[in-house]
Design a binder for this molecule. Sequence first.
Ligand code: ATP
Ligand code: MG
Length: 445
Amino acid sequence: MNTANQSDRITRIPVKPVVIPRDKHIISRSSISDNALKVLYRLKNAGYKAFLVGGSVRDLLLGREPKDFDVVTDARPEQIRELFRNCHLIGRRFRLAHVRFGLEIIEVSTFRASHNVTADDDGHSKDGRILRDNVYGDIDDDVWRRDFTVNALFYNIEDFTVLDYVGAMQDITDGQLRLIGDPVQRFTEDPVRLLRAVRFAVKLGFRIHPQAEQSIHQLGHLLEEIPPARLFEEVLKLFMGGYALQTFEMLRHYDLFKYLFPQTERILNEEEGGFPHMFLIQALKNTDQRISEEKTVNPAFLLAALLWEPLQKLANDCMANGLSEMESIQLAGDSVISRQISGTAMPRRFTQIAREIWSLQPRLKNRTPKRVLRLTEHPRFRAAYDFLLLRAQAGEAIQDLADWWTAYLAKTGDKVEADAQKARPHPPRLRRRRRRRGSDKPPSS
Ligand code: ATP
Ligand code: MG
């Protein structure tokens, strides 16, 4: 496959966008965040081009509330910084500006070209992956580096038109997720797009274009090349977006789940027909339910749930070899986590909490008053209790134990909950975190 040539075909043909005037689309300024508007207008008033782009335009056209607003401009990062006091430049490989307004961050990037529009060096690895993506361009370059057509619409603050270079409006109408260009090439350039396809298909309720679908079935193995830290970011987005159960099912359908949670996949495949255990389904449903109620979800809890099946299996093996239940869970926990992070690097603050949730499970069986008091003071008690409830809901023979704890907590009132709230870590910011400190790094890479 000659990837450079194929992409030259995409990038070099001058394409005029379809311009959708203000009265032919539904995006109104009242549905754009005030801060994003401020950024757009300030850029425009300083003489730069400024567009809303990506997920926010897509979501507004679908009548959905965007998660965040991204802006793209012809101003260079230093020029952006001059315009905004509250602005940080981030990123080593490609500099972006973050303009901060309290909790809201508007990401402002400069138009970029796919590296391959420059003829000298095509910026790809031998196997076609993008290694560099750091050449400034204009809007008609920028459009081609985006992944799906529906993510490549531009809302122009100059005249409130929407620019469509790639037939995205039709795909929005048809509810179709289509890659820009050749699916094999675009997935190969950046295999994370395989996961993004699933995430967007579920989130938007779109069907994946048949050609892309076929490529997903063939190219999953490319995910093995993705750095573990990047995979973890994607895992969070996949499972913390409010559609964890559907996402899990679709990932399994395309045989991608095994690249994210290989140990869990192995256990699921040992089941008759590969059906997931009730526990996993229940945990994912629960996560979605909490998110829809705007409650916090701790990624560590989800991690503990996603790895519970392999953990139990290994712990049972240890117990069969004569270790105590407590020792077995700790030993199995270490092993399951260290295998997991060789594929997806989980920050230690999450893996540690997952271990604690598991270790507290046998301790919850002990109901002597002294132990009970000590347990309720444990910072992970509440999470461990929730985990126990989930196990009971999923049909484990521990309903009596779960009921006992529920009754105990009802009796002791809100104190335990208040303490637990204090101890509970804040939910992570999914999007804007750039650096991971103290990451539970995989042994190699
Ligand atoms: P979400 O609703 O999840 O924020 P989004 O479309 O805004 O969806 P982001 O990950 O925030 O997705 O990325 C913003 C935009 O950047 C995308 O819409 C797309 O145009 C482009 N983009 C992001 N990641 C990639 C990628 N891996 N390959 C190509 N384009 C990408
Ligand atoms: Mg976005």
